[in-house]
Design a protein around this ligand. Sequence first.
Ligand code: GAP
Length: 468
Amino acid sequence: MPAASLDQLVSLCKRRGFIFPGSEIYGGLANTWDYGPLGVELKNRVKREWWEAFVHKRPDMVGLDASILMNPQVWVASGHVSNFNDPMVDCKNCKSRFRGDKLVEEKLGVEEAVSLALEEVQPKLMDEKVPCPACGKVQWTSAKQFNMMFKTHQGVLEEEAALVYLRPETAQGIFVNFKNIVDTMRMRLPFGVAQIGKAFRNEITPGNFTFRSREFEQMEIEYFVEPGKEAPAFEAWKDTVSQWYRGLGIHEEHLRIREHAKEELAFYSSRTIDIEYRFPWGWGELFGLANRADYDLSQHTKLSGQDLQYTDPDDATKKFLPFVVEPSFGCDRSVLTFLLEAYTEETLQNGEARTVMKFDPRLAPVDLAILPLSKKEHLISKAKELYNTIVHKTDLVCDFDVTGSIGKRYRRQDEIGTPRAVTVDFGTLGEDDKQGLKDTVTLRDRDTLKQERLAIGELLETLGTSRG
Ligand code: GAP
């Protein structure tokens, strides 16, 4: 059962060290978020699962880590300088700024919003009496195009010649390295290049926690195919991606696919579908799959003057620009989805309420908690010995917690989603047969609450060497 409201999750994330508001001690910076000690573990695990599934376990994929700052011509070629715009409207009463199409979407639905031309946005807002979310008045200016790229200057001179952009998508790093990758890795079509990294967009209306922020991470793939072979690749990626999310615990009924209408397509795309998740405020884009055809490679060929054609290794006379199918994942949105999906409030048989994050064990920030039953020094030292053995013999991330009653500590581990906990007690020390035999411990399962008594040797076998 995912979280019923976003507030419940935001509060747990703050309380338990997953996600903090950015620059909080200075009053914050709107819509910036910092991943805390558990959040960074969760995010790293999402990235690791993604990299394993889409790079390490596929012979047709390689990775890349390109710069955030790129030659500004890249963004002229890609079309972002002229086309990466959102329709901005101002409230004449309180001067707040909003994305006009999003205001229409919230009132009338996405289909109505995407078909609007720029000059139709303001009349629509007025006709439908869409109020300003800040002051409630219906007094809108005409919509203006607002380019979402963040600008900065490279070097010491803040002049036009030194202008650079923070990349608004990671994809272009892949296109500009296409030739390098083909030449150095002897890649044969079809093949893909994967990249995880930060992207920046000066969003007019960020919000909904990390869902829409101005600095975020993407996990993108550009999959190159022979022209004419993009349709089957598109279908295959659609299924692969849905399976990846479902395999990591997202319920099928919380996912849906939405095909973009022609008017909604991004300037580079001839077909796009979104995989949407049912967020607490409604359906929202989690992932996008686009057919970019040869748009980017042909644009970069034109502007760079370089020949970016692929040569068929079996027939050197066959040269062409490959077509591109692009599976683009939002990393932060994926993390948010896994958090929402894991959030569970339940009442136990004894009537006690608990909040438990039911993460897939491969994503849980902590794999195992080691809990000495009491603070007695010799018990703690036995538990520490076990902790050291486990962290050195396995790649499990372990938490060692001695504070509070054992019940409270179980609840704390439930709240951060630790799949298993080991209790070390006086039985383990050979001092109390009623608790258990010497050198045995109790292993507790987060979801079933089942507890079993195991010899330490058996425990190490049960844990194996790796997580999940
Ligand atoms: N290269 C294609 C591309 O960037 P996009 O649909 O604009 O396509 C891809 O972005 C994914 O990046 C989205 O599906 C979403 O998950 C994520 N994303 C986009 N803008 C975002 C924002 N402002 N905050 C958080 N995630 C965002």
